[in-house]
Design a protein around this ligand. Structure first.
Ligand SMILES: [Zn+2]
Length: 351
């Protein structure tokens, strides 16, 4: 089968690899209906040292179950499923506490534990906890819009949702979102779902911020750095935002976040930090009594509710996908997202 591997910065290739097989009785084998390229895939795309064996890529998937291991109880051949970007048993102590990305039997795709999901087929470990069946939808006849929105639940929307959820947004609060990528825009949609009042989107790509406005952003700030901070302070009577959702992961975005959070406010980060150290002192967090939240989203915790919201039309998170390609075009999709020619690319292996 065809699968996506990265061999160094900027070097993505489609290669032929053996079709996956059941390795553990808790595994399932699934056939990809749609996969996609993530903003976080661009981090290694910038920095991965050249390597001979390559890195198996991809962690977002909707799929049809082909085969289940002997211990899998909730899934059967033919089920149409959404696969969260991390795998988990969904039963251990951390899973029960809603922190499935810390599952004691969990892990990540594109690692020695499980291959990446930008491929024709995938092995899903801990399948009972790691794939959720979508009731009443046949992917062969479903609309492309519905497939896009279900795929967005695999990571991007529920990562944005996690940022908003961890910030414990209260009705009417002012929320600022840093970043107009697919996760940032998703965070706007999620913040409105959780009752935010004013939502200030910080981003400078108009085609993207237009989708942010459609999803509930009341203001858009294109300026960055100190100018961006000044603009947000002007929009908030000089008070700052109760909640800042940071969806970038680079230091300037963090600096902007503590610049615009109001006293007693919360910064919730879901952009994967590309830094190890960051200020927490008087001039950043301490002086403002600001709290820091966020981390890898436990998609599984929110997935069933979100599937229902997509099916009943409450949310339409699939609008972040602005391009659909076949597997052979995945390397070009990375390049298009890196060049910001595309917001988020969906992959249809049948193309
Ligand atoms: Zn667990």
């Amino acid at each position: 089968m065809k699968a996506t591997y990265m061999y160094g910065a900027g070097d993505v290739r489609i290669v032929d690899v053996p079709k996956p097989v059941i390795q553990q009785p808790t595994d399932a084998i699934v056939r990809t209906v749609r996969a996609c390229v993530c903003g976080s895939d661009l981090h290694p795309y910038h920095s991965l040292p050249a390597m001979e064996q390559g890195l198996s890529m991809g962690h977002e998937l909707i799929a049809v179950v082909e085969e289940v291991g002997a211990d899998v109880k909730t899934l059967k051949k033919g089920d149409f499923v959404v696969v969260p970007f991390a795998f988990q048993d969904n039963t251990c102590v951390f899973c029960q506490e809603g922190m499935q990305t810390a599952c004691v039997h969990g892990g990540w795709y594109g690692t020695p534990q499980a291959d990446g999901l930008q491929a024709e087929y995938a092995r899903i470990p801990q399948a009972d906890g790691s794939a959720v069946a979508v009731p009443g939808v046949d992917p062969e006849t479903a609309s492309e819009d519905l497939l896009k929105s279900l795929l967005a639940l695999s990571d991007v929307y529920l990562t944005g949702f996690h940022a908003a959820y961890m910030a414990k947004i209260e009705a009417g609060q002012t929320v600022a979102v840093v970043g107009d990528g697919a996760v940032g825009l998703s965070a706007v949609l999620a913040a409105k779902q959780l009752g935010a009042g004013k939502v200030i989107l910080m981003g400078r790509h108009e085609d993207r911020t237009d989708l942010g406005r459609e999803w509930g952003a009341t203001d858009v700030v294109a300026e960055r750095g100190a100018e961006g901070v000044t603009k947000v302070m002007e929009l908030t009577n000089g008070e700052g935002a109760h909640v800042v959702l940071e969806a970038v992961g680079h230091m300037p975005a963090y600096e902007q976040s503590y610049g615009i959070v109001r006293p007693g406010g919360v910064i919730s980060r879901v952009g994967v930090p590309q830094y190890e150290e960051a200020p927490i002192g008087f001039g950043s967090l301490f002086g403002k009594n600001a709290r820091l939240a966020g981390g890898p989203a436990p998609v599984r915790a929110y997935l069933e509710d979100a599937i229902q919201q997509v099916l009943d039309g409450t949310i339409d998170p699939g609008k972040v996908f602005d391009r659909v390609v076949g597997l052979s075009e995945v390397p070009a999709a990375y390049a298009a997202m890196d060049a910001r020619e595309s917001l988020k690319v969906m992959v249809d292996p049948a193309l």
